[in-house]
Design a protein around this ligand. Structure first.
Ligand code: CA
Length: 238
């Protein structure tokens, strides 16, 4: 299946710099986004190391991609971030989320850590394929708080897992059949600003992937743009 992809990243309206990073390669079916954190631009360094390391590992193994390859790529990114922060005090405590998606032979492979998300659009609406690794998401799943409360919770940015924190990182891995439907990867700068239903309406209205990425970023900025926003859309070529 040939793929079409679009991507847009934006600083948003409040943050002085953009700590998100991404890589998209529709020919090889490899897609990565990362949302860095840490003071003094350390977050930018962490998200770039993650994307570059994963890109290199997956392209180097592109003829034999499986969930093990994705896990190795993310583990290697985690080690590289830790090594770099040990070498440079200014980069101490930097970290990043990551979502990795590969599409081959109608199979979708996903690896993720943190609160950046992957979704797909099904006949029943937008389906979130990743669990956020945050306490707020756990409370939401357990029914202790509502979706609206989760969206505005003061602790919603607090992560239970990220790359660059510990030598060993727990990685969520998932494999799904893929029929060419819309696949969305995004950082929380999109999902904190727009509800799933609003995102779904934009996708259902149709358009090419790049236009729709730009439209979603514009909507997130209109809603306040409190954080960096990265949106990547993939679908099977029609
Ligand atoms: Ca963010």
């Amino acid at each position: 299946m040939e793929l079409d992809a679009g991507v847009k990243t934006d600083r948003g309206r409040r943050r002085p710099n953009n700590e998100d990073a991404f890589f998209a390669d529709s020919r090889n079916g490899i897609f990565v986004i990362a949302d860095g954190m840490g003071g003094h631009q350390a977050g930018e360094v962490a998200s770039r190391i993650a994307v570059e390391t994963i890109r290199g590992h997956l392209l180097g193994n592109k003829d034999s991609l499986d969930l093990g390859t994705l896990r190795e790529a993310v583990e290697r990114a985690n080690r590289n971030i830790l090594d770099r922060s040990r070498d440079n005090a200014a980069l101490d405590h930097m970290g990043t989320t990551v979502v990795v998606a590969t599409v081959r032979n109608r199979r979708l492979l996903l690896a993720h850590v943190g609160d950046s998300r992957a979704y797909r659009l099904t006949d029943n609406g937008l389906q979130q394929l990743t669990d956020d690794h945050s306490l707020v998401f756990q409370w939401l799943k357990a029914g202790r708080i509502s979706e609206e409360e989760a969206r505005h919770h003061p602790q919603r940015a607090g992560l239970l897992r990220a790359l660059g924190m510990e030598p060993k990182v727990e990685i969520d891995l998932r494999e799904e059949a893929y029929g060419g439907e819309w696949l969305l990867l995004c950082t929380d700068g999109l999902t904190d600003m727009l509800r799933d239903g609003e995102i779904e309406n934009v996708l259902n209205a149709g358009g090419d992937p790049q236009q729709l990425c730009e439209l979603l970023v514009a909507r997130a900025n209109e809603a306040g743009g409190r954080d960096n926003i990265t949106v990547m859309l993939v679908r099977g070529r029609r």
